[in-house]
Design a protein around this ligand. Structure first.
Ligand SMILES: Nc1ncnc2c1ncn2[C@@H]1O[C@H](COP(=O)(O)OP(=O)(O)OP(=O)(O)O)[C@@H](O)[C@H]1O
Ligand SMILES: [Mg+2]
Length: 254
């Protein structure tokens, strides 16, 4: 890799705040590094990052994949390398170029239950696009599938989000263990989100992973979400923004 690209993947159990924190990371990076190339990837087929960032998605990675597969089936004889560069071209075309960052959504394949093809594609795309960007933030799918399938293999910073529940911290523990073998990360850390009672912090343990930040439950954040506002509407010192900043500082990204 010619650039010293930082690829930040956000993972964890469902509903713990992955999308909120990924969006906060994107905002913080755009503010800190206005001259750098920043890419946000929504890798969750259930979608969400676009809303949090206020981005309108026109064509997804899965749409591109399908139309390229179709052109091959219709008899176009082309080399793999050519297909990949076409994909790259189309991805650039698709990426919503906000003023401050680019955006790509994986999309939702309609074949019931199987995301393997688009996940395999996503893995290539992460490798491919990382040459063109300085920072890539990936809002991952809930759970461990994308780690297991090595979609996140080339990630440099793995940030695991949990709520204070044991179930959440156990998922962090599991992801970390699997990631040790399957992700070539430089650094890994955890963020505990939606803490209702600070007195319970001493009871929150994550095995073998440093906790980068504790984020209190923030009713303003929830209200923001309900009103369909974006991360750019949050006050700079809101708990989620502060916690996300703390995590990036500890990871030496900010
Ligand atoms: N610190 C917080 N305080 C209050 N509400 C929060 C906080 N963090 C996130 N939320 C709210 O919790 C809900 C889930 O958050 P979010 O969508 O970011 O989680 P997720 O991990 O991406 O979920 P999923 O697994 O469904 O993708 C949202 O309604 C969000 O507004
Ligand atoms: Mg999400």
């Amino acid at each position: 890799m010619e650039r010293d690209t930082k690829i930040i993947a956000v993972a964890g159990k469902g509903g713990v705040g992955k999308t909120s924190i990924s969006a906060a990371f994107v905002r913080l990076l755009t503010e800190a590094y206005p001259d750098k190339r920043i890419l946000a990837i929504d890798a969750d087929p259930a979608v969400g990052l676009s809303t949090a960032l206020g981005v309108e998605v026109k064509e997804t990675l899965d749409d591109i994949r399908k139309s390229i597969v179709q052109s091959v089936e219709m008899g176009a004889q082309r080399e793999a390398i050519e297909l990949l560069s076409e994909a790259r071209f189309r991805i650039f075309d698709t990426m919503v170029e906000q003023q401050k960052f680019s955006f790509l959504a994986i999309g939702r394949p309609e074949t019931a239950g199987c995301y393997c093809k688009v996940n395999a594609y996503l893995k290539e795309v992460i490798n491919l696009l990382s040459h063109d960007f300085d920072y890539v933030v990936i809002d991952g799918e809930a759970g461990i599938e994308q780690i297991n399938r090595r979609v996140m293999e080339k990630v440099t910073h793995l940030i695991l989000i949990t709520d204070p529940s044991r179930k959440g911290t156990q998922v962090v523990d599991t992801i970390r263990k699997v990631a040790e073998d399957l992700v070539m990360y430089d650094r890994c850390g955890a963020v505990v989100n939606r803490i209702t009672d600070p007195a319970l912090i001493p009871y929150i343990h994550v095995n073998n992973t440093d906790i980068l930040a504790y984020i209190p439950a923030d009713s303003a954040h929830a209200a923001n979400d309900i009103q369909g506002l974006t991360v750019f509407d949050l006050p700079e010192d809101s708990p989620v923004m502060k916690g996300a900043r703390e995590a990036l500082v500890k990871m030496e990204i900010l």
